[in-house]
Design a protein around this ligand. Structure first.
Ligand code: F6P
Length: 535
């Protein structure tokens, strides 16, 4: 029997086993927890037992995760559908030497890093100014991987901000750029246009809007623009001087790009030194991923827990629940990372996938989520594996009592999910409230929690730049391992193309310049109503 089949039958065999029962074994908690650097990863509150773990590790071994990872780190063209290497890891391991197409790419990576750091210092220390003086605000215009990473990390590291304020504009909905620019002074604002391709319609449209806004007050608006892109010809055509263009190679995927120039806004916010700590945290996780045995390897284990839940238990979604308000954009960031990487239905060799594609990822920080969707997580009919994240300390020593409450809530949730509340316990509670007979039974049933709902907890000391770098790299490699096990290419994103093409074709239909003869009835009906409503 194949390892995959063995895992399938194992999941059948244990599907009604209460997770709490696994704790009858004294070693459960320690045996299903691993540590690396600042991280403790506890996956004991899942239904994975020693035999399952062994099989999952065997699966990783059979799928050659290690060899694929080494091919990635070595710069081989593992993104086969685009013919590209995948080397975001090179952006955070600046001492390495990495050969792509016969030449070492690292001197250029280091030179770009130095140029970014110099520019960031110039902005922060007032050597680069706007027409009206020192830069007070930076607006990063980008979308997807050119927005989510820096936006998420800039918010996460707010306690480290000592540079200008940073704002992020991504949506083509004019409301966002309008509201962002409304509070800013064009004479002291720096706009960073972040786009790998420099063709993305949302970004280019917002960039033009920002340029017009600045031109109304500033004689040379382009002088207050910088660009981050792989397309030097296009940044030049936009009018941005090469000195303020920070390039990177096509072997950095959009959703993996915040370690390099796409992280410029973050670097300006927190400074090159803290940014380097952020890189160091990720590089540490890279080294751990490359060297640790699968059974002790945090990214591999996180991936195997994910594979177990998504493939063998058929749990279609996973909730990421940071008990850390400043990680409120992390679920959205991980959504792109996981769903754009592993949301594929064809394997690397072009055949239909015979297993589930990657899961739906969603979430919100605790405790807010507790007062919104946790009801369904606890008592809904579907099981949703939860991934809790928690820092032992906050950045507000005078509010330590609030942090204690936050932590108590996080631990309480994973405990409640696993333990549940039986009908007997619920009945007892309601009996004490004076209920009896049929009403007692009815009310008690509403208060039953099935329990045995799996969760993992990632604990770290405090959300520092280094810890954040480690968390993001942990998830990147997790997604990579999941993709290798599923046999898919995690580094392309063909699924975003069709909608883009159709949107381009629909603009003239909306404007009445084309009759949209090839459109379906529903689309034409919506177009007609929009035209009527717009008058
Ligand atoms: O949504 C598709 C996508 O290509 C993402 O992968 C990418 O992060 C985003 O668009 C932005 O692309 P660009 O940086 O080229 O503007």
């Amino acid at each position: 029997m194949t390892t995959w089949k063995k895992l399938s039958s194992k999941s059948e065999a244990v599907k009604s086993r209460p997770i709490a029962e696994l704790f009858d074994n004294d070693n459960r908690a320690a045996g299903f927890t691993r540590e690396f650097g600042p991280f403790m990863f506890d996956f004991s509150k899942t239904n994975i037992d020693a035999e399952t773990l062994e099989l999952l590790v065997k699966l990783a071994d059979e799928r050659d995760v290690r060899a694929r990872a080494e091919a990635m780190f070595a710069g081989e063209k593992i993104n086969e559908t685009e013919g590209r290497a995948v080397l975001h890891t090179a952006l955070r391991n600046l001492d390495a030497s990495v050969i792509v197409d016969g030449h070492d790419v690292m001197p250029e990576v280091r030179a770009t890093y130095e140029a970014m750091a110099d520019f960031a210092r110039d902005v922060r220390e007032g050597r680069f100014t706007g027409q009206g003086g020192a830069i007070t605000d930076v607006v990063n215009i980008g979308i997807g991987g050119s927005d989510l990473g820096p936006a998420m990390a800039t918010l996460a590291l707010a306690p480290y901000h000592d540079g200008p304020r940073c704002h992020f504009v991504s949506n083509v909905d004019g409301a966002q750029i309008h509201d962002t620019l409304a509070g800013l002074n064009p004479e002291t604002t720096l706009v960073i246009v972040a786009s790998k391709t420099f063709t993305t319609i949302e970004t280019m449209t917002n960039a033009e809007t920002a340029k017009r806004w600045m031109a109304a007050k500033v004689s040379d608006p382009a002088a207050q623009f910088a660009a981050v892109s792989t397309a030097a010809d296009k940044t030049a055509a936009f009018g941005i001087a090469p000195a303020r263009v920070f390039g990177f190679a096509d072997w950095v995927g959009g959703r993996y790009s915040m370690w390099g120039p796409i992280g410029l806004s973050l670097m300006i916010a927190i400074g090159p030194e803290d940014f380097t700590d952020f890189l160091r945290g990720a590089a540490g996780m890279d080294a751990h991923f490359r060297s640790a045995d699968y059974a002790d390897n945090l990214p591999v284990l996180l991936a195997l827990v994910g594979i177990w839940h998504n493939q063998f238990c058929s749990y279609a979604t996973r909730a990421v629940l940071p008990y850390e308000q400043r990680l409120s954009r992390l679920p959205a960031y991980l959504q792109q990372l996981e769903m754009e990487s592993n949301g594929k239905r064809v394997s690397m060799d072009g055949k239909d996938l015979t297993v589930n594609s990657g899961p739906v990822v969603w979430g919100e920080p605790g405790t807010n989520g507790q007062h919104a969707f946790y009801q369904l997580i606890h008592q809904g009919t579907r099981v949703i594996p939860c991934e809790f994240m928690l820092g032992a300390q906050g950045h507000e020593p005078d509010l330590a009592h609030q942090h204690l409450l936050l932590m108590a809530n996080c631990l309480a949730q994973s405990e409640a999910l696993m333990r549940g509340r039986s009908l007997a316990e619920a009945t007892e509670i309601m009996r004490k409230k004076g209920l009896e007979g049929a009403e007692l039974d009815r009310q008690a049933r509403h208060r039953v929690f099935p329990g045995s709902r799996p969760s993992t907890t990632l604990l770290y000391p405090k959300l520092t730049p280094e810890v954040l770098g480690g968390i993001v790299a942990l998830y990147e490699h997790r997604v990579f391992v999941e993709g290798v096990i599923l046999g898919i290419n995690s580094f392309d994103q063909w699924g975003v193309e069709l909608g883009k093409e159709l949107a381009l074709a629909l603009s003239p239909v909306l404007e009445g310049q084309s009759d949209g003869a090839d459109k379906d009835g529903s689309t034409l009906q919506l177009v007609a109503r929009i035209q009527t409503l717009r008058g």
